[in-house]
Design a protein around this ligand. Structure first.
Ligand code: MTE
Ligand code: MO
Length: 376
């Protein structure tokens, strides 16, 4: 069993698959801390967790501009470079996929609303590491930066991903070759000893167990870059899908979800309800506003957003919000609570899932709706 050496996990995590291990924290715990505790951080593994021998561990940097292969040890990464820390939310492209499944089946793990978590990541800045290897991100004549992990499938393939060079340039000051998560060594499930953190970008590109960086004319040839984690319109299905015709998901769209109350909860008040949740957008776009409705989206209350000490134009991490909303009077029993967020480019979430359904169930960011019952 290639998974027999996987780490022990927190019993509260809710698995969507066990081998490979994939799990999200219960929504009731997701907002207990602004920085998700490491052992409750959602886990998305495609392969067995590698058991890394630190003595032998090396990070290779190769490809265009590298003039041969450059090799860095973990102690070198920790001592040669200034320690850089970024607080970012990491969201899987499949977060909230379960809302898409309600419309029509899709291929993918049935994530609820908690395939997103936030941590403070520390390490060396990618820019510094590349400079040390003689590579100037602004000048290097390549088109993509590829990242490779140490996790292997039965056929020997490793997990890999890439970002376009222009993204690497744009995010230059914030991409971290991270060795710490919330102040401690990155736990095995999250990439021990090294992972790349690319703020504002889909989880799939933030390669764990990182041991190779390649500057290239080409995108990563990995399955996950080429034949997965891409968007399609709702008429494309498995018989006519052409993955080569769609772009890889990179920056994620605006997202929000209600965490409290939980779907199906019986409220004990029929006057008002206090609703709490998270909101986040990709690309560093902050959250300008979150709206909450207790009548299925006919009328809205603007939520209070907890200050998070980040610029609206460089917001890598989520915000928590709260709104007390009057309940519609005379409604008999069931009420639909809805939330939607607006980011700092005034992008909004789509009203319905129908228009954004896709065969992989990615980018599920329609208005989040839950149903609660109220005493009559
Ligand atoms: N990196 C490697 N090496 N192997 C993986 O399976 N999964 C990716 C990404 N990096 C993955 C990986 C995906 S799809 C996501 S959403 C994030 O890691 C999840 O990170 P987490 O498990 O730390 O939450
Ligand atoms: Mo993911």
């Amino acid at each position: 069993d290639p998974y027999s050496n996987d780490p022990k996990r927190h019993p509260a995590l809710i698995p969507s698959s066990v081998k490979p291990f994939n799990a999200e924290p219960p929504v009731s715990l997701l907002m207990q801390d602004y920085l998700t505790p490491n052992n409750l951080f959602f886990v998305r593994n495609h392969l067995p967790v590698p058991d890394v021998n630190l003595e032998k561990f090396r990070l290779d940097i190769e490809g265009i501009g590298a003039s041969g292969k450059k090799v860095l040890t973990l102690p070198a990464l920790k001592t040669v470079f200034k320690k850089k820390t970024v607080t970012t939310s990491l969201q899987c492209a499949g977060n909230r996929r379960s809302d898409m499944v309600k419309i029509k089946p899709v291929k993918g793990l049935n994530w609820g609303t908690a395939a997103i978590s936030t941590a403070e990541w520390s390490g060396a800045s990618l820019d510094d590491v590349l400079k040390y290897c003689g590579i100037d991100l602004d000048k290097v004549d390549c088109d993509h930066v590829q990242f490779e992990g140490m996790d292997r499938g039965p056929d020997g393939t490793t997990y890999g991903a890439s970002i376009p060079i222009e993204m690497a340039r744009m995010l230059k000051n914030d991409i971290v070759v991270a060795y710490q998560m919330n102040g401690v060594d990155i736990p095995r499930d999250h990439g021990f000893p090294l992972r790349i953190i690319i703020p504002g970008v889909v989880g799939a590109r933030q390669v764990k167990w990182l041991n190779k960086i390649v500057l290239s004319k080409d995108e990563s040839s990995s399955h996950w870059q080429q034949r997965d984690y891409k968007g399609f319109n709702s008429s494309v299905d498995w018989h006519n899908v052409d993955f080569s015709k769609s772009e890889a998901i990179q920056f994620l769209p605006v997202q929000s979800a209600i965490c409290e109350p939980v779907d199906g909860q019986a409220l004990d008040d029929n006057e008002e309800v206090t609703v709490r949740g998270y909101a986040w957008s990709g690309g560093g776009r902050g959250i300008f506003r979150v709206d909450v409705s207790a009548d299925g989206g006919k009328t809205w209350i603007t939520a209070d957003i907890q200050p998070s000490n980040q610029s609206q134009y460089k917001a890598w991490a989520w915000v928590f919000w709260e709104a007390t909303v009057p309940l519609p009077q005379g409604s008999s029993g069931k009420v639909e609570l809805v939330c939607k967020a607006c980011d700092s480019q005034y992008n909004v979430q789509p009203e319905s899932v129908e228009g954004i359904w896709n065969l992989r169930g990615c980018l599920s960011n329609a208005w989040h709706r839950i149903s609660v019952s109220i005493p009559t």
